[in-house]
Ligand binder design. Structure first.
Ligand code: ASP
Ligand code: MG
Length: 438
């Protein structure tokens, strides 16, 4: 069994849904996970905001606007009037439900039910579309098997058992369709896996059914080796290991929801990132195996704050770092990168909401310096410490870029640097030119 997930743009129009059908209709057993049509979840969030603000007429208008978009899609998605009518009835049912929220005082339960409508609609429409084409498929209602526990983590035991039951009920079916993003919580209420959560659904379902592969279909040709918005000449990375992909996750490698591959990785299930606009392209495969070449990808994160604490008390003392870290812990501020010397420590944070308080407490330990607008540049690859030459290539490439911090050896897969934000572009381009052979 394979799990194939299609994002919002991949099901964003009648035309694109037909493209999805071209990819999924074959003899291979599979579960297809769909997002809401692109823009829908944003519209639902906006409708929710209007309802919370008691803007009833605004909410009604926004619901009607969205409903029209769906009626329009129906006209080009289906051929026969009979199927257009069936689809319109589905749409009407869901939008009548949404309209029913306009009369009451809006609450959290209704908001979550509202947010679930996008995926419920896209999956039902796609299922009906396959039916018109004469393709046998079955809907697996995510609300019958996807569940999160009290800690908002997937309840894997429950999901495994119930997914199997739902599949067993539909004997002889090879093509299943389910909703991404939506689930129930530990109280049995409708809930969701947070925005962008459909990738996570795919990976959880992959784990639950012990899939041979999870495919994440978007409209980009895989994960690139550098940020194409900032750097010339980037290319998709063919293979990444789970560890390498995890290092990149913090950098918001936009194509993948950060937590999303964990459930698949736990069972060693390969995750492929593929492009609906170019289905034959190889994309990126994330698996236990790493690909060729030492350096796989470079990523950066902006808006980083670097803090340096310099203190003679640090020299030959123990407990100093703990007292420093406790300050950050007290203000629930994660530290991302850290470098030390004998008498000073530098670290970075990206949540600065308590920066003033943190700094004033840190001043008890020594001299504190804060640099705003820094960027973390991260070089990810299979850079085992036994390998010679990786560091020199990195620093050779960066010979004209001032570096504020370097972190090497924290893991076998990552070298991180902090540069002033104004040098980020130069750092990324120099590393691109120096580390990848074009
Ligand atoms: N439809 C949801 C969202 O837009 C989930 C997803 O697409 O992954 O956030
Ligand atoms: Mg997405």
């Amino acid at each position: 069994m394979k799990v194939l997930k299609f994002g919002g743009t991949s099901v964003g129009s009648a035309e694109r849904m037909k493209g999805v059908a071209d990819i999924v209709v074959n003899d291979e057993p599979k579960i297809v996970v769909l997002s809401a049509m692109s823009g829908t979840t944003n519209s639902l969030v906006a409708i929710g905001d209007k309802l919370y603000a008691d803007d009833k007429s605004g909410a009604k208008r926004a619901i009607a606007d969205l409903e029209h978009k769906y009626f329009d899609t129906v006209q080009s998605l289906y051929i026969a009037d009979e199927f257009k009518e069936k689809a319109n009835l589905i749409i009407k049912e869901h939008f009548d439900f949404m309209k029913s929220f306009v009369v009451n005082v809006f609450n959290l339960f209704q908001e979550r039910a509202l947010l679930a409508q996008g995926e419920l609609l896209s999956t039902k429409m796609f299922h009906l579309f396959l039916e018109e084409r004469g393709v046998e498929s079955a809907l697996l209602p995510a609300l019958d098997f996807m569940r999160i526990n009290r800690d908002e983590e997937p309840d894997m035991e429950y999901i495994r058992e119930h997914a199997a039951q739902e599949i067993d009920k539909r004997k002889g079916i090879k093509l299943f369709i389910t909703q991404g993003y939506i689930c129930r919580n530990s109280f049995g209420e409708i809930d969701n896996l947070k925005r962008g959560g459909s990738d996570y659904t795919a990976s959880i379902v992959g784990n639950a059914v012990n899939a041979s592969e999870v495919q994440i279909w978007t409209d980009i040709d895989g994960m690139h080796n550098n940020d194409p918005r900032v750097v010339d000449k980037t290319k998709p990375v063919a293979k990444l290991s789970f560890d390498e992909a995890a290092e990149l996750a913090y950098f918001g490698a936009k194509i993948l929801h950060p937590q999303s591959i964990r459930p698949a990785a736990e069972l060693g299930i390969p995750v492929k990132l593929l492009n609906t606009m170019d289905p034959k392209a190889k994309g990126t495969t994330i698996s236990k195996e790493t690909g060729e070449g030492l350096v796989k990808a470079i990523a950066a994160k902006d808006g980083i704050t670097a803090i340096k604490i310099k203190s003679a008390r640090m020299l030959l003392a123990y407990g100093f770092l703990r007292s420093v870290f406790e300050v950050f812990e007290r203000f629930k501020t994660p530290i991302d990168m850290i470098t030390t010397s004998e008498v000073a420590v530098s670290l970075t944070i990206d949540d600065t909401s308590n920066l003033d308080k943190i700094v004033s407490e840190l001043e008890a330990f020594g001299i504190v310096e804060v640099d705003n607008d820094q960027s973390i540049v991260c070089i990810v690859g299979n850079m085992v410490s036994e390998t010679e030459g990786v560091a020199i290539n990195i620093f050779e490439a960066l010979k004209n870029v001032p570096i504020r911090m370097i972190s090497y050896g924290g893991s076998r897969h990552n070298v991180s640097l902090v540069v002033d934000g104004e040098y980020k572009q130069k750092a990324l381009q120099s590393l691109n030119d120096g580390l990848f052979n074009f």
